[in-house]
Design a protein around this ligand. Structure first.
Ligand code: ZN
Length: 133
């Protein structure tokens, strides 16, 4: 793992949370992107070398909507930058980690992503991401 690439935070409404995080971080939202397949709208902020990703559900049955229903707004996942996502998935599987998706899929912000099931990581959703070059 190279670094913490971003921390994902579930929010009800980007229109409220973007100005809030702009004030909190004293930095502008530099990118907004929808990932239709995942039913989310995302908004990104830079914090030094890392980022904050806000996630808003596009539909009532989306994963983010369900998450907020259960746990409320707040911390959703931590994402680690990796150089070779396929090799890292193999390494982690050999260590016993269980993946939600072992085959990398295209996520927001020009990344290939895989998610590790929270049951294998002390309840925390972990994302691996590799920049698409
Ligand atoms: Zn993420």
């Amino acid at each position: 793992m190279n670094k913490i690439e971003h921390i994902g935070i579930a929010v009800k409404q980007l229109s409220i949370s973007i100005p809030l995080f702009e004030k909190l971080l004293n930095a502008p939202c530099y990118k907004k992107e929808s990932v239709e397949r995942e039913k989310v709208n995302t908004a990104f902020f830079k914090v030094g070398d890392s980022k904050i990703e806000l996630l808003e559900s596009i539909s009532e049955d989306g994963v983010i909507a369900k998450f907020i229903e259960k746990k409320g707004e707040g911390f959703h996942h931590i994402a680690y930058d990796v150089t070779n996502i396929t090799a890292e998935v193999e390494r982690l599987k050999a260590e016993g980690f269980v993946f939600l998706n072992e085959i990398p899929k295209k996520g927001a912000d020009n990344k290939l992503v895989c998610f590790i099931h929270p049951k294998s990581t002390n309840g925390m959703l972990v994302e691996l991401c590799q920049e698409i070059s």
